[in-house]
Design a protein around this ligand. Sequence first.
Ligand SMILES: Nc1ncnc2c1ncn2[C@@H]1O[C@H](COP(=O)(O)OP(=O)(O)OP(=O)(O)O)[C@@H](O)[C@H]1O
Ligand SMILES: Nc1ncnc2c1ncn2[C@@H]1O[C@H](COP(=O)(O)OP(=O)(O)OP(=O)(O)O)[C@@H](O)[C@H]1O
Ligand SMILES: [Mg+2]
Ligand SMILES: [Mg+2]
Lengths: 228, 228
Amino acid sequence: VYEVKDLKKTYQIGDVKTDALRGVNLTINEGEFTAIAGPSGSGKSTLLHLIGGLDKPSSGEIYLNGKRIDQLDKKDGAAVRLSTLGFVFQAYNLIPVLTALENAAFVLELQGVSKKDREAKALAALKTLEMDELKDRRPNQLSGGQQQRVAVARALAANPKVILADEPTANLDSETGQRLIHYMKKLNQEQGVTFVFSTHDPRLLEHVSRIVRIEDGKVTGEEQPKPM
Amino acid sequence: VYEVKDLKKTYQIGDVKTDALRGVNLTINEGEFTAIAGPSGSGKSTLLHLIGGLDKPSSGEIYLNGKRIDQLDKKDGAAVRLSTLGFVFQAYNLIPVLTALENAAFVLELQGVSKKDREAKALAALKTLEMDELKDRRPNQLSGGQQQRVAVARALAANPKVILADEPTANLDSETGQRLIHYMKKLNQEQGVTFVFSTHDPRLLEHVSRIVRIEDGKVTGEEQPKPM
Ligand SMILES: Nc1ncnc2c1ncn2[C@@H]1O[C@H](COP(=O)(O)OP(=O)(O)OP(=O)(O)O)[C@@H](O)[C@H]1O
Ligand SMILES: Nc1ncnc2c1ncn2[C@@H]1O[C@H](COP(=O)(O)OP(=O)(O)OP(=O)(O)O)[C@@H](O)[C@H]1O
Ligand SMILES: [Mg+2]
Ligand SMILES: [Mg+2]
């Protein structure tokens, strides 16, 4: 699914350069349930944003299903993302004026799905996350963990083949988090959806088949806690 | 420190009422290191915001150091908060145009502390959270966990006697989270600072002296995992 070669990302602030990623090499195969783990500031979100086509690297190459995606223009990059990927943001990025249902349906709307169909699919995704009763709430009328679940529902609603999730359980209590993890694992095992998480959550790390360790912008090693 | 009597909070959306808190009774004594724990949506943030004077209850009474604070007007409420409380928000609420240092110094600025003094105190708070090197960054130039630490630094910088922290370790990896927990515990044991956390983090729950369980807007019980 993903081939990442010598990926680098440097931010420039005034005359100070920050090397967020210093040469990451990574392969993600179809059907993986893999976590990127590492300290705060180590580059996890940066890596996910780059492979998600949401930002351009400073150098290096990213291939998604054999196609090079790191140098696509805005329009082509958006088309690839829309058809293949689901993204859950660390800060959710919900639209304040839309309801939970409309936020969850947002990707489907961009894909041109009819209102009737997209609201049915969005409602089903919200239902899985126990958020269907709150479908008419705006984000500022929801708790932190409820907002997080709407962000996850949005990524799931369009049934993408690959889901990139940045800290998807950070604001969830143990039980709600466990139910989410079990649901994602089910999607992975039954429908072959590929998952790449960035996470600190030990309860999620218990369930992944592969953990890629990252520190200071470089991959430092990996573990396979469970066979696939 | 806190006396909370039959606290209720109902939100009205159109003609639908949501009872976020249904009659909470709680006492917090000076020097406690206490967690409010419960499922997503159970009322933890609502409770913290009410005792933090950031919102008014629908009914019930809140006493802070013997003084009733739930019906204060905006100006008096702000004065109490400023002199006594530190607050860490679940969504951080950092100011996008200010640097990490300026954000951390914000409460001190509201208190009228001189620029020289407040920047020294804010820098010391950032240093404790290993964020001093990033003091000139704006929030959107920081990782999720780095933003969270600036939010904590802001609450610590003014040396309040009571700190209310809503999910302060949600976006921190194990080690960074542990160092923050140890620092807060040190402040508690050496300076008698009272801490009330809302948290799901089992690593933080391990360290608190008292856990108040909340479910569906009501306190359902409590535990004392460690003697004080
Ligand atoms: N402005 C609002 N209007 C309507 N309902 C609200 C509003 N704000 C919060 N709620 C509801 O009040 C309840 C309690 O919310 P609160 O934010 O206190 O939960 P929480 O325990 O902090 O959850 P989490 O662990 O997810 O952060 C939730 O069911 C939430 O949907
Ligand atoms: N716009 C930016 N300008 C400068 N530096 C940045 C910018 N965005 C991120 N960084 C830096 O790049 C590094 C990696 O950030 P990233 O968000 O990928 O970390 P992370 O592993 O996701 O951290 P966390 O666990 O705290 O979410 C950090 O040191 C961060 O300060
Ligand atoms: Mg991150
Ligand atoms: Mg909350």
